[in-house]
Design a protein around this ligand. Structure first.
Ligand code: NAD
Length: 248
């Protein structure tokens, strides 16, 4: 299949729903061979059924052994890594326990460290590739209420991204972070339900977006495809904000 990612292989975490799923579909439509992983096997089955070019296996990014085995399961060197997995903890600093702090850093940051460690040697050997790490506008970009540990993890993702970009810029590796605003995904809807009054929570999330609406995951995917593609050959070490003007 011809397309902007034709001939490339991609590896994605948390591709079962939301932004990861939209990115997997968009990459496959652009001709990439996509290895989509997630903890949710049912979501992966429906993803593979939706679009050709997508191969799947379950992978829990909290399990170091599963990440270490991922390159062997892929069996090819990816040109593209998309570290999408992440969890949004709701709370101020005083409401954040040690347990939530550790869980959030493990899932949002350490998983990316582990995935990059697993695949980077192969990518270097192959002459390079593009790594895209999921951060958020809620981070070092913008202070957002009730996101103490979440913002800290996403700021850490930005630091890790810049560090990888700086270390490997001379060896063909590009590493960028994306910072979406509020995106209408299953986990966002779960969070809105968890707040007690779904309609009020949805209104509040929409109100903080200056365009008066949430993004769809399909609006985020083209930025990921661009960063993965050769069109972005001169782009590395940057944060890419896609937030409907939230942080302007
Ligand atoms: P989503 O709920 O739509 O999808 C999350 C997926 O992650 C699910 O398929 C789930 O099964 C999978 N998952 C959960 N735990 C996992 C684990 N341990 N290992 C592997 N997979 C796991 O989520 P989303 O809203 O698209 O968020 C994806 C990423 O985007 C996250 O890192 C999130 O922080 C970031 N983000 C989201 C928004 C937003 O508003 N939705 C904004 C900015 C950044």
């Amino acid at each position: 299949m011809s397309g902007r990612l034709s001939g490339k292989t991609a590896f994605i975490t948390a591709a079962g729903h939301g932004i990861g799923r939209a990115a997997a579909l968009a990459m496959a439509r652009e001709g990439a061979r996509v290895f989509a992983t997630d903890v949710n096997a049912d979501a992966l089955s429906s993803l593979a059924a939706e679009q050709t070019g997508i191969e799947t296996f379950t992978l829990d990014v909290l399990k170091p052994d599963e990440i270490a085995q991922a390159p062997a399961r892929v069996g090819a060197t990816p040109n593209i890594l998309f570290n999408c997995a992440g969890y949004v903890h709701n709370g101020t600093l005083l409401e954040t326990t040690e347990e939530w702090w550790d869980f959030s850093f493990d899932l949002n940051v350490k998983s990316q460290f582990r995935v990059m460690k697993a695949f980077l040697p192969l990518m270097l050997e192959a002459g390079g590739g593009s790594i895209i790490n999921m951060a958020s506008v809620a981070s070092s970009v913008k202070g957002v209420p009730n996101r103490a540990v979440y913002s800290a993890t996403k700021a850490a993702v930005i630091g890790l991204t810049k560090s990888v970009a700086a270390d490997y810029v001379g060896r063909g590796i590009r590493c960028n972070a994306i910072c979406p605003g509020t995106v209408d995904t299953p986990s966002l809807n779960e969070r809105m339900r968890a707040l007690g009054d779904y309609e009020a929570a949805r209104k509040a999330f929409i109100a903080r977006q200056p365009m008066g609406r949430l993004a769809t995951a399909d609006e985020i995917a083209p930025l990921i495809v661009y960063l993965a593609s050769d069109e972005a050959h001169f782009v590395t070490g940057q944060i890419h904000i896609i937030d409907g003007g939230w942080a302007m």
